[in-house]
Design a protein around this ligand. Structure first.
Ligand code: UD1
Length: 414
């Protein structure tokens, strides 16, 4: 999708089943490179990043086939150690193949990953952790070459990086002894990766807590249902809140969404949680105070842009502090072009609610920033044209169809 046109002003109403999680399925797909047998994944989201990851796996010699939301991956045969640089450069999570390939082959030649530009996205924690486990790491010709199976040992992460935690868990699958990761990230997607690996015979304990232990065990194929996507759910809730709508979400884990649903509740929305469902009724919006992003279970950095977009017309001032990434306000100029009043200073942003927004031509900057622009456009008067809308395809499956099913006026061009 290149260009998305949205005519704003219609409240979003209806019911949606939440898709499988992008940030869970991508590490799980990378992990299949370490599994010497057939894997079946269900509830996979139909997103471009998953398709690119399957192409990367096929380039390494695995077999991949998709039927609807079901993916079959077979890593029974030999697996290469050098992922395709052009494909790897299209997403950040390609770097998780490093851990999987070290576990499988004791070697990996990693191209640099891509993904959303959110300021510097260093890899030092991934690499220092592997070196601590005896892996030899060197950079050569724009690639990172890693050799040697990890030994057992303890790695302490200076900050809870999701990707570094996942890469170390994956590398530890092929280690010669138990690996303990201290200071691990606690995101639910890490626990989902561990669930998948444990179904494949691994022994990963403590995932979802700051101390994860991986004990080597023989691996085999298995089936796994991917966790629901808390960020897709957050996006739809924000769209309903921004437009004065009413939305029921099904097949999600409401507790994993609580920092976002609590913020929307404080902003004046009615929220009712079921065991696997959530209903939002938008009310007149007011600023919910300071929203500070942080590692799980704090307010998620991926929800910062969508929630900001939902609050552009809320009465009062909402302040955001972005503590995870250094440049995650790239959506702000586009929101200003729609009439929003936002000031930024470093990692702080202040939104002063305005009475109305108006349509404009704007360009998407990154995945969640693009979602924020859609949310703002839905609550603006007139037509908004969003160029570079392909960012959305990376993480939202059948986006326009789902938007329209809730009553939005949206169409794509090209
Ligand atoms: C993952 C998510 C992304 C989310 C992010 C934070 C996936 C596919 N992506 O990204 O959607 O926004 O978590 O919740 O799951 N850092 C270092 N050195 C490192 C690695 C990270 O300093 O080696 C820093 C980063 O610059 C950042 C912080 O750690 O400030 C968190 O990054 P990290 O958790 O690694 O994010 P990703 O795994 O890239």
């Amino acid at each position: 999708m290149e260009i998305l046109r949205i005519t704003g002003g219609r409240p979003l109403r209806g019911t949606l089943r939440v898709q499988g999680s992008k940030n869970a399925v991508l590490p799980i797909l990378a992990a299949t490179a370490a599994i010497p047998g057939p894997v079946t994944l269900t509830n996979c989201p139909p997103i471009r990043d998953a398709a690119v990851t399957c192409a990367l796996l096929e380039g390494l010699g695995l077999k991949a086939s998709a039927r609807g939301s079901r993916l079959e991956i077979d890593g029974a045969g030999p697996v290469g150690s050098a992922p395709d640089p052009a494909l790897a450069g299209r997403l950040r999570s390609s770097f998780l193949l490093l851990g999987a390939l070290l576990a499988r082959n004791g070697a990996a030649e990693m191209p640099l990953p891509g993904g959303c530009v959110l300021g510097a996205r260093p890899l030092d924690l991934h690499l220092a952790g592997l070196e601590r486990l005896g892996v030899r790491v060197c950079c050569e010709g724009g690639r990172i070459l890693c050799r040697g199976r990890p030994t057992g040992g303890t790695v302490l992460l200076r900050c809870p990086s999701v990707g570094a935690t996942e890469n170390l868990i994956l590398a530890a699958l092929g280690a010669s002894g138990s690996v303990r990761i201290l200071g691990a990230a606690r995101e639910p997607e890490i626990a989902d990766l561990a669930d998948f690996l444990n179904r494949c015979g691994a022994s990963v304990r403590g995932a979802g807590s700051p101390c994860v232990t991986v004990t080597p065990a023989p691996l085999h194929g298995a089936s796994h249902r991917v966790l629901p996507d808390r960020m897709e759910a957050a996006t739809w809730l924000c769209a309903a809140a921004a437009t004065g709508g009413e939305l029921r979400l099904l097949e999600l884990r409401p507790e994993q969404l609580r920092p976002v649903s609590e913020a929307l509740r404080r902003a004046g929305c009615g929220i009712e949680e079921g065991e696997t469902s959530l209903r939002l009724r938008a009310g007149p919006l007011r600023a919910p105070g300071l929203l500070r992003t942080g590692p799980y279970p704090a307010f998620p950095t991926d929800a910062q842009a969508p929630v900001m977009a939902a609050l552009l017309r809320a009465e009062g001032c909402t302040r955001f502090e972005e503590t995870v990434f250094e440049a995650r306000f790239r959506h702000v100029p586009a929101l200003r072009a729609l009439g929003a009043e936002i000031e930024t200073a470093g990692r702080l942003a202040r939104v002063r609610g305005v009475k109305r927004l108006h349509g404009a031509r704007i360009a998407a900057t990154d995945l969640r920033g693009a979602a924020a622009m859609v949310i703002a456009a839905l609550s603006a008067e007139g037509e908004t044209t969003i160029t570079q809308a392909w960012h959305l395809d990376r993480g939202y499956g059948r986006f326009i169809r789902r938007l329209r099913s809730l009553g939005a006026e949206a169409e794509e061009d090209g």
